[in-house]
Design a protein around this ligand. Structure first.
Ligand SMILES: O=P(O)(O)O[C@@H]1C[C@H](O)[C@@H](CO)O1
Ligand SMILES: Nc1nc2[nH]cnc2c(=O)[nH]1
Length: 289
């Protein structure tokens, strides 16, 4: 009934570890159209999801479906070139399984990226939002990735989420954003996850905005919950790929093509921000850093 267990993530972690030289300390998840990040890794070793035991398959355009190991600014990293979403039909425990595999391989810090619609009226398409918090809408209806028997080897039954997104990493991103000359398009805000795949109605966008969300998407929060449950540090970025429409007179229509196109236009800056961050991050263990 509950597809994840310590044994399936453990078997996959061991399978991967036996095929790479250096265990990763940073895990990166590439959002829609942001997979180019994985191509920036040095000395890459890549696995197609279909070849990895217990791994789900990517079914969405803009998610290549490869797990890439390599170094970024000298730090050993693993990069998911494509993630899994609730709307693909996988159980929520399955779409977050890679977080536990990351943990078992030695990852300390997870960087999540996503494409999102901008609810905050000050946001523009192409802005990069540092996620300071999330609203987990599916969780309100009981669809939380930690539902089911709790495996104490990963973490506690009732994990705290008040510090889901690491504040020091948020500050580092602000500082580096300024250093790189990105201040004009760097924001900070609250990400709200919905199940998708339909985009929001106007009434839903208005409601989410009033609830305090700055951006809306279909991922990330579940991964953050599972990553925090097992003690990894989490940092997340949303690329605002389209404006959420709040006006019945608007002719704007969100589309996945627009999402991918904005990803293409901002990919280079987003990749620079992430790689600069990885370069400056403090890593706690002694593996090659
Ligand atoms: O994987 P992310 O959250 O970046 O993907 C977003 C949400 C949908 O999968 C898709 C909509 O265009 O982009
Ligand atoms: N739910 C949702 N996900 C997105 N991903 C990219 N843009 C959007 C959006 O407008 N809404």
């Amino acid at each position: 009934m509950y597809p994840d267990s310590h044994s399936s993530s453990g078997a996959t972690a061991n399978w991967l570890l036996s095929r790479i030289d250096t265990p990763p300390v940073v895990g990166i998840v590439c959002g829609s159209g942001l997979g180019g990040l994985a191509d920036t890794l040095k000395d890459p070793v890549a696995f197609h999801y279909q070849d990895i035991p217990n791994f789900p398959q990517s079914t969405v355009q803009g998610h290549a479906g490869r797990l890439v190991f390599g170094t970024l600014k000298g730090k050993p990293c693993v990069c998911m070139q494509g993630r899994f979403h609730l709307y693909e039909g996988y159980p929520i425990q399955k779409i977050t399984l890679p977080m536990r595999i990351f943990k078992l391989m030695g990852v300390e810090t997870v960087i999540l990226t996503n494409a999102a619609g901008g609810l905050n009226q000050d946001y523009k398409v192409g802005d990069i939002m540092i996620v300071k918090d999330h609203i987990n809408m599916p969780g309100f209806a009981g669809n939380n990735p930690l539902v089911g028997p709790n495996d104490e080897r990963f973490g506690t039954r009732f994990p705290c989420m008040l510090d889901a997104y690491d504040r020091k990493l948020q500050q580092l991103a602000q500082d580096l954003g300024a250093e790189l000359g990105f201040s004009d398009f760097i924001r900070e805000g609250v990400y709200c996850v919905l199940g998708g795949p339909s985009f929001e109605t106007i009434a839903e966008c208005r409601m989410l905005h009033r609830l305090g969300a700055d951006a809306v998407g279909m991922s990330t929060a579940h991964e953050a919950i599972v990553a925090r449950h097992c003690g990894m540090r989490v940092f997340a970025l949303s690329l605002i790929t389209n404006q959420a429409v709040m006006d019945y007179h608007s002719e704007e229509r969100p589309s996945h093509e627009e999402v991918l196109e904005t990803g293409r236009q901002r990919a280079e800056q987003l990749e620079r921000l992430v790689s600069t961050m990885v370069g400056r991050m403090e890593i706690n263990n002694n593996i090659n850093v």
